[in-house]
Design a protein around this ligand. Structure first.
Ligand code: SAM
Length: 187
């Protein structure tokens, strides 16, 4: 099981980026996302709506204390930070660990508490340059899964894209129960 923890969400200022982090987590193979900071029902609704339309069992949950959440996490923890060890030097070890243990991937917001760096098992840099939590998460998951996440499909989806060289083709089913076999046929 792989989960993502997004730290210090702020209603209003972070809604768009936190939604992007959640969508990257879902599309690139995480099972669930947790977020700390401010509780945001609207953020949760946005993610739930995407899952209802595009399938799968991805979940979003709020945690009031990231400290106690990290302490009680059953598995290993990876914090993505430009100050960590280069991705290429640690990804094989982390992939091996993930074969037998749950993984929690932690991404920050505008400011990350220095305690986070000591509370995790790995601090991993996706380059040592500042960029974005969504980009860092996407690259990390892609390297972890070695590209296999790109082939993932969501058979229970109400909407499913038919890959096309041009234009937009989408299959629609009135409910996820009806989606199953036809969508499989296309993808
Ligand atoms: N200066 C902030 C700090 O305290 O780390 C960085 C904030 S950055 C806008 C938000 C998040 O994006 C970071 O907490 C980290 O999770 C992720 N991030 C940004 N650049 C990264 C990099 N080069 N490698 C890994 N993660 C990165």
């Amino acid at each position: 099981m792989l989960a993502v923890l997004r730290l210090n969400h702020r209603i209003g200022r972070d809604k768009r980026l936190s939604t992007h982090v959640a969508l990257v987590a879902r599309a690139f193979g995480a099972d669930e996302i947790y977020y700390s900071g401010e509780y945001d029902g609207s953020l949760e609704q946005s993610v739930v709506k995407v899952v209802e339309k595009w399938g799968g069992s991805f979940r979003i949950n709020y945690v009031s204390s990231w400290r106690s959440f990290l302490k009680t996490w059953q598995g290993k923890t990876v914090h993505l930070t430009m100050y960590g060890l280069p991705l290429k030097t640690v990804i094989d070890e982390i992939r091996n660990v993930f074969r037998s243990e749950n993984l929690l991937v932690v991404v920050g917001g505008e400011k990350v508490d220095s305690d986070v760096y000591y509370a995790v098992d790995y601090n991993v840099a996706i380059t040592s340059q500042p960029h974005s939590e969504a980009a860092a998460l996407a690259v990390f998951l892609d390297w972890l899964y070695e590209g296999a996440e790109l082939d993932r499909s969501f058979p229970d989806a109400v909407f499913a894209v038919v890959p096309s060289a041009r234009g937009k083709k989408v299959i629609y089913r009135r409910s996820s129960a009806e989606a199953d076999s036809d969508i499989r046929g296309y993808l």
